[in-house]
Design a protein around this ligand. Structure first.
Ligand code: URA
Length: 232
């Protein structure tokens, strides 16, 4: 049997894509702001294919979900809580937070850290990329406050490095020393402040932390504070 195409109610579509509430959608429709195949649709309870819907002359934004790579600047937090200071979401289109579900970050970067942050409203993707089972590799560039001991390479790779108050040691991590105080670290897990805590076990303070890759997503030349949509 051929699958029926997933047609959805206009009011439900507009509210899940963050345009307005369902009751506002009724007013938007009555006001002639919604079109399908060139025709104004006045009833918000009618069902259509999401890709056919045009609002104020523009196609609906990403009805299948938002997925972007963001170059996080230092000084903003990954939390949704406004009391924690400027949020990464404050640097993104306001409509993305009004989506249902709203966008969230896939894992977190500390306030002072920069680099690749994946942002999505797709819970399945958040799960896939944060689940400890999946071992998604993340590459960090690190600067520390003292000269690095080459013995750290074996220690990080050993799978025996223990962080304070963690029941299990860290999984093996690849450390590449670039210069006296700079290194690259690849982790396949994401314990709280993990990179900083790994170096702290050896008396090193991380003074710069930048994530250049998250799984298959490489930051490349994406300017700081900018985002790029990724294929779903
Ligand atoms: N490890 C840290 O210590 N901080 C981050 O933001 C990411 C990994």
């Amino acid at each position: 049997m051929p699958k029926t195409p997933p047609r959805r109610r206009l009011d439900q579509l507009l509210s899940s894509c963050g345009y307005c509430s369902r009751s506002e959608a009724r007013l938007w429709a009555r006001g002639g702001r919604i079109q399908v195949r060139g025709q104004v649709v006045k009833a918000a309870d009618e069902k259509f294919l999401p890709e056919e819907v045009v609002v104020d002359g523009e196609p609906l934004e990403s009805p299948e979900g938002i997925l972007v790579m963001f170059h996080k600047p230092a000084g903003c937090v990954c939390s949704h809580d406004e009391r924690e200071g400027q949020r990464v979401f404050d640097l993104l289109p306001a409509r993305w937070l009004k989506r249902n579900p709203p966008v969230t970050t896939v894992g977190r970067l500390d306030k002072d850290a920069t680099g690749v942050l994946i942002i999505t409203d797709r819970g399945d993707l958040v799960h896939r990329w944060t689940s400890p089972k999946h071992h998604v590799p993340k590459l960090y560039e690190v600067t520390v406050d003292r000269d690095l001991d080459p013995k750290l390479i074996a220690l990080f790779a050993s799978g025996e490095l223990r962080l304070e108050e963690e029941p299990k040691p860290c999984l093996p991590a690849k450390l590449e020393i670039i210069s006296a105080r700079e290194a690259r670290v690849e982790l396949t897990e994401g314990k709280y402040h993990q990179v900083k805590r790994m170096f702290a076990t050896q008396g090193c303070i991380v003074t710069r932390l930048h994530r250049s890759r998250f799984g298959e997503f490489e930051l490349g030349d994406l300017p700081v504070g900018q985002w790029r949509k990724l294929a779903l």
